[in-house]
Design a protein around this ligand. Sequence first.
Ligand code: MG
Length: 302
Amino acid sequence: MEFHEDRYRQAQRPKYDCLLFDLDDTLYPLSTGVATACRNNIEDYMVEKLGIERSIIPELGNLLYKNYGTTMAGLRAIGYDFDYDEYHSFVHGRLPYENIKPDPVLRSLLLNLPYRKIIFTNADKVHAAKALSRLGLEDCFEGIICFETLNPIHKSTVSDDEDDIEFVGLSTAQIPATTTTSSSEIFDIIAHFAQANPSSKLPKTPIVCKPSEAAIEKALEIAHINPQRTLFFEDSVRNIQAGKRVGLHTVLVGTSQRVKGADFALESIHNLREALPELWEADRKSEVGYPGKVAVETSVTA
Ligand SMILES: [Mg+2]
């Protein structure tokens, strides 16, 4: 009896109702070279626009990315101020978008999946729109959660809010005057991690982005997404793990090796149907489960 009831319930209601997709290196592969070009552009921005010495860029960039989710978020945290739109147009403006090709296979997979489909990217909306349009997927999603969604107000000047007070206090206490003659307001994160036992806390960033759990929760709230009923597709292991912590079902994309925090792993997003047949099965079951009349109507509109 119970078995039948469960089956019935399952037929009435599929396991998921939303598919949440990262964009870069998830919906198109790393081999486009877009990610590498992006990293190079960020490094050029740090040298040309922020006056950072080229020789420390690899180490600095790595520390910022590791500790703040994006280099941009890290640069803001340690005290650099710049216009977000200018940063994005510098970093994304010269990307080899021509390497992103239309993907009719993925398009057909997406259009045949009867779930809400939403993009969740740390990138800005111009980049997201360009990449989706190159892929030919611009009409496959209900919406895009991007940089501007999570960071609607640009604080162009260092304000007097809590975080900044904490930062100012830290930097003056932590860094000896002799090492800060050129840029006394910049927190020296390289020196911070060079300490055997870093005694201070890292300054906070005003930027909201993955993999912060707060950023993911904010995104879910904005789009009215229930994590328990959502599959989250991502190429970044740390974003997958953060997604898992907030209750999402997770699909690591770009490798078939599952890691901790990933419920599924796909070498390519094209393997969706083989790796997750339940996404299509749920649809078939639910149609079978409906009374005849509804099933007929469904097939007419499909
Ligand atoms: Mg990605």
